[in-house]
Design a protein around this ligand. Structure first.
Ligand code: ADP
Ligand code: ASP
Ligand code: MG
Length: 404
């Protein structure tokens, strides 16, 4: 007998038929003699709809109240799934995040899991219940409901698998696994049989939404193998693990991120301490900075350009203008939020020269201009005009996967 954690995303539980379909997958697993903990997301677009609702009242609503609202989405799907399991003759109980023992940090809307107290989960399993847990949520030290950030149910599932020492953690979604690019955008994308944690972490962080990046981080930390598979077709999915069996492949995927804005601070004096002052002002307001480029201008000035999440763009400009840039004649802060980051990821690129030039050649042939470049051992990212993002993904995919 094994303990299996199964997570189902929003589209897998979008309506009555989908909920019954999920119930039958879970019931099959249970009837084979396994203990099962199921983690579910809110149905379909529920979370987006709830966000739209609070924005009708106040765009800048309190984060505590946002969490109270958003956590409601998952409450609907866990209760419906438990009812569907009862209908199939299986004992099942639904639990909210706090009932399932999720203790989180206090930062509303971006809370991090501190601990999963498994006593209730274990007690229910001992009673032979299938436990259906609300993903994406927990409780902070003030006994307030928190949420983990968009896509957080993946992280809830991996956290339970780690805390319960599960034998298997399956992430069911609306595609058949992890592909070499988003299969909805690149029709000839190929399903990967296996992928390493490190490559998956890069792909997830660079915009491949199929897994939340924090879930991959947690899986790597606790050595939890994940299987990503479809809730709609009965096919083997993609295994995410430390060391895939096969030889390192050159490139494992192409990803894009359009949730990004570029900020340029121009004409600042070329003296020590400027980057430090600018970025400390931003980090004091919890604004994360990604690609950074500095260039020396004429007349002993310099420009610093960097990217932030799109939501933080206007706020970052305001902070820099108010607190800093106004002190320097001619200095300017410019915001461009119609940019996209397109990346290729692959552990094989460490030992293969020429990957960057192949990437730039493909973009040049497609007449796509690169405005910034950033690299690590296993990825190369470029910043381009958002209008060309889908085309860039396609030409890069053709370049690296045409003869696979
Ligand atoms: P869920 O609701 O199950 O959590 P998500 O919408 O969060 O599902 O993630 C699944 C989606 O991720 C797919 O429908 C697909 O369009 C997208 N996606 C982006 N990049 C990839 C990729 N490399 N492989 C598979 N899916 C991807
Ligand atoms: N319902 C949440 C969201 O839409 C969590 C998740 O789906 O993982 O972001
Ligand atoms: Mg998701």
């Amino acid at each position: 007998m094994s303990l299996i954690v199964q997570k189902f995303g929003g589209s897998s539980v979008a309506d009555k038929d989908r909920v019954m379909n999920v119930a039958s997958i879970v019931a099959d697993t249970y009837k084979k003699g396994n203990d099962v903990v199921v983690v579910v997301s809110a149905q379909g677009d529920t979370t987006d709809d709830l966000i739209a609702k609070y924005k009708e009242i106040d765009e800048n609503a309190s984060n505590r109240e946002k969490d109270m609202l958003l956590a409601a989405g998952e409450q609907i799907s866990i209760s419906l799934l438990a009812m569907a399991l009862h209908k199939l003759g299986c004992p099942a109980i639904s639990l909210l995040g706090w009932q399932a023992g999720f203790a989180t940090s206090s930062s509303h809307t971006t809370a991090r899991i501190k601990k999963v107290d498994t006593s209730r989960l274990k007690a229910e399993i001992a009673k032979k219940q299938i436990v259906v847990v609300a993903g994406f949520q927990g409780l902070n030290k003030y006994d307030d409901i928190t949420t983990l950030g968009r896509g957080g149910s993946d992280t809830s599932a991996v956290a339970i698998a780690a805390a319960m020492h599960a034998d298997l953690c399956q992430i069911y979604t609306d595609v058949e696994g992890v592909y070499t690019a988003d299969p909805r955008k690149v029709p000839n994308a190929q399903k990967l049989e296996e992928i390493s944690y490190d490559e998956m972490l890069e792909l997830a962080s660079l915009g491949a939404q199929v897994l939340n990046n924090r879930s991959v981080e947690l899986a790597k930390k606790f050595g939890i193998e994940l299987e990503v598979l479809s809730s709609l077709t009965h096919k083997p999915g993609t295994i995410v693990k430390e060391k895939p069996k096969m030889e390192k492949i050159l490139i494992s995927g192409v990803a894009k991120d359009t949730d990004i804005a570029r900020i340029s601070v121009t004409n600042i004096p070329n003296e020590p301490g400027f980057a430090f002052k600018m970025f400390s002002l931003l980090s004091a307001k919890n604004i994360n900075v990604d690609i950074i480029l500095q260039s020396i201008g004429r007349n002993n000035t310099k420009d610093i350009t960097f990217t932030v999440a799109k939501d933080n763009g206007a706020k970052a400009v305001e902070i820099l203008e108010k607190n800093y840039i106004n002190k320097y004649d001619g200095a300017q802060v410019l915001l461009d939020d119609s940019v996209a980051k397109v990346s290729i990821v692959g552990s094989g690129m460490e030992s293969h020269p020429g990957v960057a030039s192949d990437m730039f050649e493909a973009l040049a042939d497609a007449q796509i201009n690169i405005s910034m470049i950033s690299t690590s051992e296993i990825k190369i990212s470029v910043l381009i005009d958002a209008d060309y993002a889908d085309k860039a993904v396609r030409v890069l995919h053709d370049k690296f996967f045409s003869e696979v």
